[in-house]
Design a protein around this ligand. Sequence first.
Ligand code: AMP
Length: 421
Amino acid sequence: MPFQQLGLAPQVIQAVKDAGYTEPTPIQTAAIPVILQRHDLMGIAQTGTGKTAAFVLPLLSLMASTPPQHRGIRGLIMVPTRELVVQVEENIRTYARHLPLRVATIFGGVSERPQIRALQQGADLIVATPGRLLDVIRGREPSLRSLEFLVLDEADRMLDMGFIHPIRQIVRLLPRQRLTLLFSATLSREIEQLSREFMHQPKMVEIGRRSNPAETVTQYLYEISHHAKMALLSHLLKNEDLKTVLVFSRTKHGADRIARRLESARISCATLHANRSQNQRLRALHDFKHGRVRVLVATDIAARGIDVEGISHVINYDFPRHPEDYVHRIGRTGRAQAVGEAISFLAPDDHSHLRTLERFLRRGILRRKVEGFSEPANTAAPRDSSAPPPAPYRPRRDTMPWRLRRSWKNKRRFPRHDHSS
Ligand code: AMP
C-alpha cells in the first residue's frame, strides 16, 4: 500500500517523498491508520522496523489537520536515552519540514537553561528523557495541561533503566483525555501493566516475533580464548568489507581498552559509553554516522536505540549476558532494507550464555573458523591462579519443552492487528 492511501496529511506525504521512502514498512502500514483514528496503540516492534515514522507521521498529520485547542505543548514523546532524543528529533524535523511546528528537546547531561527557554518560548512537540523532563517541568506544570498526544517509546528500556517513577509523575500531570501510544521491543507483564495504567482500550500491533532479530542479518560466531580476542578483532578489520563496524564491549573500561588498541593499529574509532560526556557521545555518533570513524566501540546501555544507517557489521567482542541484549545489539545492523552481519566472539566461559541465547532465538548460531588466523600464545600472567578453571563446555540436549519456557497466555488480551512474519 502506498503512503498516499494511509490517510496522512499532504505535507507529511510530501516530506516522506523527499526522504526517499517509496512504501511504508509493515509497522507503518499497520499503525498509521489506527493512530489517525485516534485509537490508543501498543506497538511491539524493534528499532530498525521504521517504528519512529510509524508514530511521528500520523501525529504530525493529526496536528496539521486540527488546530490546537489551547496554547501549550500538544505532544510529548518520552524515550530512554539522550541519543534517542536527538534521533527522534531529527526524524521529526525531517517529516515536519513542510509544517510550521516547533519542536524542543529535553535531556540530561547538558545545561537546563536553553531547554527551559525553549519551553517558555512555546513548543508544539517535546522529545524528552523522563528524569530531566520532570526536573525542568517543576513549577511549569500548566504547560502540560493542554497535552493531546503522549508517546512512550522503547518503554521496555525505560522500565529497565528505572524510569517508572518519573514517568508516573509526569503522566499524572497530563489530561486524561489524550491519545497514548506505547512502543516496546518486548511484551512483558510489566509492559502490559503499564498499558493498562496509561491507555484506554489500546489496539495492539505486533511486527515480527519478539525474539526474532532482523531477518536480514547474517549471524555467526568464532570460538576464541579471552587473550586472543584483540588479535582476532584486528585480523577481521584487515578485511575492508567491514566498512562501518559497531563493536560491543561488556564494560566501559573494556571499551576504552579496545579503542586504544585500535587507535595504535591506526584504525579510526570512537567510543560510546556512560563515562563519556554528553558532547563526547554526540560527537562519537556524529563521526560514526558521517563515516569519519570506521569503528564505534560501545556498551549496551549507550548503544540503545542508536540509528546509524548502513552499519555493515556488529561485533560482539564480549558475548552478551542476556538474549535481549543480543537482539538489541544485532538490530543495529540490517536496518530497514539493508543487509548486515553480526559476528560474536565466544570465549570458553560464554558457552552457557550461548545456550540460553540459542534457546531464546529457537535457532543455532553458525560457528565459523577464521581463515589465516591462529591464536597467539597467551603471554599474560594468569589473572587469578587460585580461581578454579571455568567448567568445560559439554553440549547438552535441552530437555525443557518450548511451550513451558515462556508464558504467552496474556498475549491475547488486546484487539490484535497481527503482522507477525
Ligand atoms: P526506526 O525503526 O524508526 O529506528 O527506523 C529505522 C530506519 O528506517 C531509519 O533510518 C528510517 O529513516 C528508515 N525508514 C523508516 N521508514 C522507512 C520507509 N518507509 N522506507 C525506508 N526506510 C524507512
